[in-house]
Design a protein around this ligand. Structure first.
Ligand code: FAD
Length: 682
């Protein structure tokens, strides 16, 4: 007997295709490939397409233990309702390809290996073959890379992990392999028997694996010992010595989330490191931002390495709570984290292969000699502060957005905010909530608006509660993310943007009707591509857009400030606005400015622009590089690295940066392939 059950609650945790036979629950129709997950979120998304047919039993699914997603779930990016094929056909196709490919690599026949790829194909490598972060585009580039790197890499032991899947003619498989120095993970996407995309990544260095699980430290030396050294004494000794009688191998300059996460990875790899942070406390990088700020990205995206947020943690973390989390993290992960320590200058000694770094620690000068320095000083450079005539005569307050804390002192007064990206919107929002009499936003150019929670923000790709329930750990989601090819990202982003536009058509129509200059990027690929290309030009809407729509935030477009008088702002169209507060939400310079400021112009010029893909769109001039410039990988300045990005990027790429540094510490040869030519700032 069959009965049809349409779930209305969210009691069902997770079912995969194997559950009907093993649990006797009947057929599942129309679910995603590997797992049907009924959380509140997914029920909404999948409403109408999820139907369970039970033969003999009433649904008692909630009482079954949650089923772990099999590794083949890695093939679904993100959770999808399409129905890929799995099984022996897909597996044999991958196995056949791997056999030919592996054989060519073993014979060091780069041409034969490259012939396993389509002419129009991609290979993204994170450190495994190239000791670089590099995407090869097309068979010729792949062949060239293999000619340069394969012999030194000696990849072997290619294995398929989990069951490959085939969707729309693309067979998708996860792989493991080993190289001469470590173990790697990869992802292969085949079309018509040839590789369309290959992803390879180094995951561990053999003999230098992080201690975990069965290999964790004892923490105690049982027995009777005179002069026993306690954990605290040991820790204090390390802190007293490192930077004074011993030198760190790596100095991380900047202790925001980026520097902290990297230091945790280095610690786990036994790389002697210090983080220097000019703030008084770890976490102040977030605390010092404006009071109303909460993270714009949801919790699943934001975990630090090793210690995820507990499962009651709010979806959007308030900035002071984030500060507390980071402060706790620094302590628990036993980081050598120097607060109230500013780096004032660094100079590379090419003969000694080390840096001389001048610091001021608690007001006292100190010089360190690390082998490597990592600039984790934030992905933005210095604040852009415009210079308008008459600013010096202004009797109110003028500040850059980075200095704005709260609208409280301006209740009943008049405020003008120059800029319409995230900070501009958030600050206008905060001023309005503090009953500032008039809040005017000056919008000089088009801005992309993505709705937080409404559009695609509550879940980002495989970072969501539904993904967690399906067993997609942060580590797996991270691998899925880095296995994607930048050159192909605009296609997916355009689709996601189109979907969000359709879903929010009324909202966007009302926003445009208010006069707001709305765009979705030059090629309509939305916020994701703007972030990768220029790191700016968007607002994640957490409420200010309605204030713009209904006129509570007054909008002035296609103008800027012409001059400032003691109590007003005069716009380029001649309008004069009363003002007690002027905020420049005008963004920041490029990250390479830190190198110029702390090291020298010569080094900054040698490194060139940091961030951007070379897409030849506004603020991201070509030529195309296909990877973020200078981030997390070797630069043209020996022993200088850049680290940062949002929480997910910092977590994800700190793994690969830490491995690069560890390999150098252990004198493992790291021949770098394909450092691109320098691209200077405009
Ligand atoms: C309003 C706003 C909202 C955001 N929301 C999110 C979000 O939701 N999710 C997300 O992932 N990201 C978000 N971001 C981006 C966020 O800035 C970055 O993710 C994050 O701050 C980058 O971390 P970081 O460690 O690379 O840099 P920062 O946090 O900027 O840290 C750099 C640190 O370097 C220190 N420093 C600089 N120079 C020196 C020196 N000479 N000596 C010693 N120390 C120095 C600074 O004091 C600072 O603490 C947001 C940013 C803003 C402005």
């Amino acid at each position: 007997m069959s009965s049809t059950y349409r779930p209305t609650g969210s009691t069902i945790r997770s079912i995969d295709r194997r559950s009907p036979p093993s649990y006797g629950l009947g057929q599942i129709v129309g679910q995603s490939e590997f797992a049907l997950v009924l959380s509140d979120q997914l029920v909404q998304i999948q409403a109408g397409c999820v139907i369970l047919i039970f033969r003999d039993h009433p649904p008692q699914i909630a009482s079954h233990p949650p089923i772990k997603a099999s590794r083949r779930s890695l093939g679904a990016t993100p959770i999808t309702t399409t129905q890929p094929a799995t099984g022996t056909a897909s597996t044999s196709e991958v196995a056949e390809w791997l056999e030919i490919f592996a054989d060519a690599l073993t014979r060091n026949d780069a041409e034969a290996a490259a012939n396993c790829f389509h002419e129009d194909s991609y290979w993204r490598d994170l450190v495994a073959f190239t000791w670089n972060i590099k995407t090869l585009e097309g068979r010729d580039q792949i062949c060239h890379m293999l000619q340069a790197c394969n012999a030194a890499t000696t990849p072997t032991g290619w294995q398929i992990e989990g069951d490959p899947t085939t969707t729309d003619g693309v067979t998708d498989a996860w792989l493991t392999f080993t190289t001469n120095v470590g173990s790697g993970k990869g992802r292969l996407r085949l079309r018509d028997g040839k590789a369309w995309q290959l992803f390879t990544s180094l995951q561990e260095l053999t003999g230098h694996e992080e201690k975990q699980g069965f290999t964790r430290d004892m923490g105690v030396d049982h027995g009777a010992h005179k002069n026993r050294v306690t954990w605290l004494q040991h820790r204090q000794r390390e802190q007293d010595e490192l930077g004074y009688s011993t030198q760190p191998y790596v100095l991380v300059i900047g202790g925001g989330q980026g520097g902290i996460g990297l230091a945790a990875r280095l610690r786990r790899l036994n790389v002697p490191s210090i983080v220097v942070e000019r703030n008084q406390n770890a976490g102040d990088s977030w605390r010092n931002r404006y009071d109303s700020l909460t993270l714009h990205d949801p919790v699943w995206f934001d975990h630090m390495p090793y210690i995820p947020f507990p499962d009651h943690w709010p979806i959007y973390t308030p900035k002071d709570q984030m500060g507390d989390w980071l402060e706790m993290y620094v302590k628990i992960m036993e980081l050598n984290y120097w607060t109230s320590t500013e780096c004032t200058h660094a100079e590379y000694d090419a003969a000694a292969n080390t840096w001389r770094v001048d610091l001021v620690r608690d007001g006292r000068p100190l010089t360190l000699h690390p082998t490597h320095i990592v600039l984790a000083t934030g992905m933005s450079g210095s604040p852009n502060i415009p210079n308008f005539p008459g600013a010096e005569t202004f009797t109110g307050d003028i500040m850059h957005s980075s200095k704005f804390r709260t609208g409280a002192p301006y209740t009943g007064k008049h405020a003008v905010v120059l800029g319409s990206n995230n900070s501009g919107h958030d600050i206008c929002h905060d001023l309005w909530e503090h009953d500032v009499a008039t809040v005017t936003m000056i919008q000089r150019s088009h801005t992309t608006v993505a709705r937080s929670g409404g559009g695609n923000r509550a879940a980002i790709g495989n970072y969501s509660e539904a993904a967690v329930a399906a067993g997609i750990t942060t580590e797996l989601a991270d691998l899925m993310t880095v296995s994607e090819i930048s050159a192909l990202a605009p296609i997916a982003r355009k689709q996601a943007t189109d979907d969000a536009r359709a879903a929010n058509a009324d909202f966007y129509a009302r926003l445009e009707a208010s006069g707001f200059l709305l765009d979705f990027g030059e090629d309509e690929t939305g916020i994701g591509m703007k972030y990768a290309r220029r790191g700016s030009g968007y607002y994640i809407d957490v409420g200010a857009s309605e204030l713009v729509i209904n006129g509570d935030i007054k909008l002035r477009t296609r103008v800027t400030i012409e001059r400032i008088t003691p109590q007003t702002v005069v716009l380029t169209d001649g309008t004069e606005l009363p003002a007690d507060l002027i905020v420049y939400a005008t963004g920041y310079g490029n990250m390479v400015q830190w190198a110029e400021q702390l090291i020298s112009k010569e080094v900054a010029d040698r490194v060139g622009k940091v961030w951007g893909l070379g897409s030849n769109t506004q603020y991201d001039p070509g030529p195309w590089e296909g990877e973020l410039r200078n981030m997390w990988k070797p630069t043209n300045q020996p022993n200088l690295w850049f680290h940062g990005g949002n929480l997910a990027e910092s977590r994800n790429y700190s793994r690969y940066l830490a491995l690069q540094l560890k390999a150098r510490l252990e004198d493992i040869p790291t021949p770098v392939y394909g450092i691109p030519p320098v691209h200077q700032l405009d």
